[in-house]
Design a protein around this ligand. Structure first.
Ligand code: SAH
Ligand code: DHB
Ligand code: MG
Length: 224
């Protein structure tokens, strides 16, 4: 029996090679982030392409990202909103934010994507206070224990028709343990409960396998 993880990686590699235009700027952003010591937990290329497709599907011009890392996913999102669009991306770690700003600048996207430094809960409160135009898509991908708070903020920053994606909701299957001592698991379970309880959302969650192992995401649509 082949090793499942190896097969997932082989297939991801094949799909990415066959379908995905991961160009020099994206490859450079990934490499520069790793070289700067950032953890290699950015979305895979085919997941970045999926996020970009979602932005196009909602005709997204404004995207909010929670959790920038080195800006790899941000580049996909910023390209998808187009030159007149806007991506606001929230990051708590100053080193990550600095690396991300460099990557976005090299990708020619520094005028589109704005990296906001600080704990995302605070940045979201500050953003809400400015009563910004609604965001068309929100990608939640930071510390998982705050996911319910991020979702609540996302609901205040979107409109009917906006999409919300929550990354990493499966984590190798850990999510099914209600007694888990891992705050990330508890945060994920809390956000799934909130998604279910929130009448303004219609949502599903899908598992994924690939070169990031076994994980999954929530896709939610903001309704009336
Ligand atoms: N979206 C990125 C990956 C993000 S990894 C990509 O796919 O390329 C998660 C990021 O969230 C890390 O950079 C981490 O520093 C950041 N983070 C963790 N806690 C945070 C918080 N409280 N507020 C804002 N960002 C946070
Ligand atoms: C981790 C975080 C992520 O956002 C991700 O996509 C994969 C792993 C982590 O904290 O381990
Ligand atoms: Mg993630």
């Amino acid at each position: 029996m082949p090793d499942a993880t190896q097969s997932w990686q082989d297939v991801d590699e094949y799909l990415i090679d066959t379908l995905i235009d991961e160009d020099e700027a994206l490859r450079q952003a990934r490499a520069a982030s790793h070289a700067a010591g950032l953890p290699p937990i950015e979305v895979a290329a085919n997941q970045g392409a999926f996020l970009a497709l979602l932005v196009w599907m909602v005709s997204g011009r404004r995207v909010l990202e929670v959790g920038t890392l080195g800006g790899y996913s941000t580049i996909w999102l910023a390209r998808a909103v187009g030159p007149s669009g806007r991506v606001v991306t929230l990051e708590v770690d100053p080193h990550h934010a600095e690396v991300a700003r460099g990557n976005l600048e090299r990708a020619g996207l520094d005028a589109v994507a704005d990296v906001v430094l600080g704990p995302a809960v605070d940045s979201l409160e500050a953003l809400i206070a400015t009563r910004p135009e609604p965001f068309d898509l929100v990608f939640i991908d930071a510390d998982k224990q705050n996911n319910a708070r991020y979702l609540a903020a996302a609901l205040r920053l979107t409109r009917p028709g906006s999409a919300i994606v929550v990354d990493n909701v499966v984590r190798g299957g850990a999510v099914v343990d209600p007694a888990s001592a891992d705050p990330n698991v508890q945060g994920t379970r809390a956000v799934l409960d909130l998604v279910r309880a929130e009448p303004r959302l219609t949502a599903t969650a899908l598992q994924t396998v690939g070169n990031k192992g076994w994980d999954g995401f929530v896709l939610a649509l903001v309704r009336e």
